[in-house]
Design a protein around this ligand. Structure first.
Ligand SMILES: [Zn+2]
Length: 505
């Protein structure tokens, strides 16, 4: 043992020290070289990302307010126009509307103004701009698609940092955009893992997130699957204190009736009624009656059925070429490549295994329509939401399909139109200044050639739109659509999504 010890502690010679130093030196050089290489790669990657984001910004600068000549002015006099005010079921025939600084200032038979740009709208109809209460926005191109379809405000329900930036630019009129509202990231319970969700592990964390989302400028809290009572209670309690409304995708960890809380201003998705309280039993009419009763008693809870997105499952099942449809060219390329394709593949392979799925999905959609009919009879407030932006549900265009489904469920044209105007604006106090044509309201307006109360489809083709009093003519709206077609911003979208994954969770 002693021998080994002496060998181990043998004094190093001068030569061996030099040798060791040389090796260390060599190793240091290699490490330095590797570090340098890594830094260069990171640098190159950052430059590449910056260039991609810049290119993306450049290619959407057609939405910059200063690039749209007609949008520089936000004071107008509209003459000879028939107004559908939406605060009552009537048409105000042959009126004048004076818009000053983006606000409807006066509505009368005759208005005298000095030097204000005038728009003669003889034989045309003026409706409040539509509001889509359930969207998922992925890039700025979509803002133009909403506008071209008459949607002048959106509620984005899957908030990420990029949405705060869009909101800011839209609010200070740097870009032409529907008025932009966004929830924070989706709040879920501890075990509902998904890269897009924010998992809450305990009530304390829940409260902290609500406080921080409010502070950072998110408009609403979005609750999602997997919130148990304890955590959900904490979210609600803090939301009350922080004065921020909740939008609920029902959680399966609490009874459905739990969501009729006065802090929860809207409940999303009709299919969740079937999946949760009915437990997929389409024939459980007693349970359905209970849900309908709960909804009708709860006057503060608006319901956003999102019939279109569910019906699109059926569309995927009956059309094997759906991803090649012209309309799909308006989808964000990242979503198209990942989500649209994954959804299509999933349903397609289900169909190949069991073709009865087609009929089952169709039956459920038909039941959705019946549920809307029942809820409508009980006086439930609907708000129009499409779930556009994911799967094959196209931003902007989808709202007309959603409205058509409400009509199919027995709502009159006026009632249908309410879901995307006054009902939507009444849901949250921060939206109260829109949704009708009245003095003092934001001038978000649609001009159409025929009366939407007689023919809803005319809303698909507005000839002019006013967004906060700024005029967008048909050419601008068509240009928005053209620019959004087949866009090539895959990397920019991926970077922004990555930003969400890295910094928001
Ligand atoms: Zn959604």
């Amino acid at each position: 043992m002693r021998f080994v010890f002496t060998k181990l502690v043998a004094k190093p010679t001068q030569k061996s020290i030099y040798k060791t130093l040389a090796i260390i030196n060599l190793n240091m050089k290699t490490v330095k070289r590797i570090l340098k290489f890594i830094l260069v790669i990171i640098g190159a990657l950052l430059v590449f990302i910056a260039v991609m984001l810049l290119v993306d910004k450049q290619s959407t600068n057609y939405l910059n307010s200063k690039n749209i000549k007609s949008a520089n002015n936000n004071s107008f006099l509209i003459t000879n126009v028939n107004i559908i005010p939406m605060n009552q079921d009537t048409v105000l025939v042959n009126k004048m509307v004076y818009i000053k600084d983006g606000i409807s200032q006066k509505i009368a038979d005759r208005i005298e103004t000095n030097g204000v740009e005038t728009l003669d709208a003889k034989n045309k109809y003026l409706t409040p701009g539509l509001i889509d209460m359930h969207v998922h926005v992925w890039d700025r191109y979509e803002l133009g698609l909403y506008l071209s379809n008459g949607v002048t405000a959106v509620r984005n329900l899957w908030g990420m940092p990029m949405h705060l930036r869009i909101k800011e630019k839209a609010n200070n009129n740097e870009i032409i955009s529907p008025i932009f509202f966004t929830t924070g990231p989706k709040l879920t319970g501890p075990e509902f893992i998904g890269d897009d969700n924010l998992n809450l592990n305990n009530p304390h964390e829940a409260k902290e997130k609500v406080i921080s989302f409010k502070k950072r400028g998110y408009d609403f809290i979005k609750t999602y699957y997997g919130l148990d009572k304890e955590i959900f209670d904490a979210v609600i309690e803090q939301a009350k204190v922080s004065n921020i409304d909740i939008v609920a995708h029902p959680s399966q960890k609490v009874p459905y009736s739990y969501h009729f809380n006065s802090q929860i201003k809207s409940i999303e998705h009709v299919e969740e009624i079937i999946q949760q309280p009915l437990n997929y039993n389409l024939l459980d009419t007693l349970k359905l009656k209970e849900v309908v009763n709960d909804f009708s008693k709860s006057k503060h809870s608006a319901f956003s059925p999102t019939l279109t997105v569910y019906n699109n499952i059926y569309q995927m099942l009956i059309n094997d070429n759906i991803l090649e449809l012209e309309q799909l060219q308006f989808m964000n390329p990242l979503i198209k490549r990942i989500d649209s394709k994954a959804q299509f593949d999933r349903w397609h392979s289900t169909k190949l295994r069991d073709s009865s799925i087609i009929k089952a999905i169709k039956n459920q959609h038909d039941l959705h329509i019946k549920i809307i009919k029942k809820l409508h009879k009980e006086g439930v407030t609907f708000i129009c939401g499409t779930d556009a932006g994911i799967g094959v549900t196209i931003p902007g265009f989808s709202i007309h399909q959603e409205l058509a489904f409400y009509k199919e469920a027995g709502l009159s044209n006026y009632e249908v139109l309410k879901t995307a105007t006054i009902n939507a604006s009444k849901t949250h106090s921060i939206m109260n200044n829109m949704g009708t044509i009245e003095v003092g309201k934001i001038a978000n307006l649609l001009l159409t050639d025929s009366n939407p109360l007689l023919e809803l489809s005319t809303l698909k083709n507005p000839s002019t739109i006013f967004i906060k009093g700024r005029k967008l003519n048909k050419d601008s709206l068509e240009n928005f659509e053209e620019k959004a077609r087949n866009r090539k911003n895959l990397i920019a979208s991926a970077v922004r999504y990555l930003e969400h994954l890295i910094f928001e969770k």
